[in-house]
Design a protein around this ligand. Structure first.
Ligand code: ADP
Ligand code: ASP
Ligand code: MG
Length: 435
């Protein structure tokens, strides 16, 4: 049972979490928690500001006070997070003196969010008579690559965790999002990574079900923050869920599905604010036939066109282009190829001067910034013959600059100017879902 940031964001919410866990004691739950909502962002901010020589004592005090206030409201003992608070303050001081926010230090800094929330949630459970114990995931054997900020879990983790949790009598309340490298450095699994922690632990122990408790009624037909009329989808396949997550639907971290697939464990996405709602069940195979399941989007992308500067029949052009991105470690999102050249989209954070200089050696480069990708995700989309026409006609005056369909037939994506993204998602939702 993984509870996200908003689900543990206030004293009231934590009481709800305790109630939800209590109602499932017969299933021998293992609990995974995120940092209190907003805390990870604040910690990153504190790290960066402190490294640039600013006085962050007020910001730090606010984060610490928020935790102590919660401890107070829940009538818990301040001692449960005292050690973490002290270590956190010391680390911020060290970053200030160092004058640099290294990825290693930022990961260590972020880890305090989950380390404090796990202790608070476990103590709150104990105060209601549940036998619960907080664990830092790495103490149970969550071992990762040393890629700070986006670490991957190493194979030994599964057995470590299985053994680490064997014979534990108390309900484990485990930190999401964090692990340690083989060198012993604290690492993080990428923003939103607590979902991934939950599925790794679920796979390690052979759980009957992985529950992702969040702030909406499961996977919905679109992000409800944009489309007020979005509705929840009862069942989706692993493939649809993975596609949605990879294409930007924040409700699931993209790596969550794989450990579940490999062990055929159902994933259920549920709402802490509305625990009786059935949410969404993610299963191996479901028979829906051809359908659009959800509309998702990703902003802050660059559309880059590289056209041949020499002969049109130049050999190996596409290969050269892709190798250039690869050498710089830039993941290519959409790609569309033609005789004249190739267009790709990438996350704007990768659009460095160095990358552009490299691309210019391959061909003529044109970059469009402030673009968004909007995707229809579903099943057997290529069997819906008029899907593109329908998309074009519902978007009317919004210029579609690129179109791409996945060979998995699970998505059809378009690239448009970012300022039209919300409106495009709304219009497509009306077209495909209001019946
Ligand atoms: P948590 O803190 O519980 O991990 P997140 O904020 O990471 O929660 O993810 C939940 C959010 O995902 C929702 O509040 C919603 O705005 C967003 N979201 C985006 N796309 C979808 C979708 N298709 N279905 C449901 N939620 C979505
Ligand atoms: N606290 C982390 C984040 O904000 C991980 C998570 O919430 O899943 O990214
Ligand atoms: Mg999340």
């Amino acid at each position: 049972m993984k509870f996200g940031g908003t689900s543990v964001g206030s004293a009231g919410r934590i009481l709800d979490v305790v109630g939800i866990v209590k109602s499932q004691l017969c299933n021998e739950p293992i609990v995974v928690v995120s940092a209190l909502g907003g805390v990870t962002d604040s910690l990153i901010n504190i790290g960066n500001e402190s490294a640039s020589g600013k006085d962050v004592s007020l910001m730090l005090e606010q984060v610490i006070d928020r935790h102590y206030e919660m401890v107070n409201r829940l009538n818990l003992d301040k001692k449960i997070i005292a050690k973490e608070v002290e270590q956190l303050s010391r680390l911020v001081g060290e970053i200030f003196l160092l004058g640099e926010a290294t990825p290693r230090n930022i990961d260590k800094l972020m880890s305090f969010g989950e380390r404090m929330s796990a202790r608070i949630v476990a103590a709150c459970m104990r105060s209601f008579g549940l036998h619960a114990q907080a664990y830092d995931a790495y103490d149970l054997g969550m071992t990762t690559t040393p890629n700070f900020g986006d670490a991957d879990v190493l194979p030994e983790t599964y057995q470590n965790i299985r053994e680490g949790l064997a014979n534990k009598k108390e309900i484990p309340v485990i930190t999401g999002f964090i692990g340690k490298s083989r060198n012993g450095d604290i690492t993080t699994l990428g923003r939103g990574g607590s979902d991934y922690t939950a599925s790794i632990i679920g796979a390690a122990v052979g759980a009957r079900e992985i529950q992702i408790w969040t702030d909406v009624n499961g996977i919905m037909t679109a992000d409800p923050k944009i489309v007020k009329t979005a509705r929840s989808v009862d069942e989706v396949s692993y493939k649809e869920a993975a596609e949605l997550a990879m294409l930007g639907a924040k409700v699931l971290h993209p790596k969550t599905i794989l450990p579940a697939v490999e062990n055929n464990i159902p994933v259920r996405i549920l709402n802490t604010f509305n625990p009786r709602h059935r949410g969404t069940l993610v299963l191996n195979s479901i028979s829906t036939g051809s359908r659009v399941t959800s509309i998702t989007y990703k902003k802050h992308i660059l559309a880059i066109s590289i056209s041949k500067s020499g002969k049109l029949d130049e050999k190996g052009f596409l290969k050269k282009v892709l190798e250039t991105f690869d050498r710089r470690g830039v993941p290519v999102d959409l790609i569309s190829n033609s005789k004249i050249g190739v267009s790709v989209t990438i996350d704007e954070k990768y659009g460095t001067v160095e990358l552009m200089d490299d691309l210019k050696k391959v061909g003529k480069v044109e970059v469009k910034s402030n673009r968004a990708r909007v995707s229809l995700v579903g099943n057997d989309l290529l069997y819906m013959p008029d899907i593109l026409e329908t998309m074009y006609s519902s978007l009317k005056r919004i210029r579609i600059e690129m179109v791409s369909s996945s060979i998995s037939e699970k998505n059809t994506s378009i690239v448009i100017e970012e300022k039209y993204a919300d409106s495009a998602v709304k219009r497509l939702h009306t077209t495909f879902f209001s019946r």
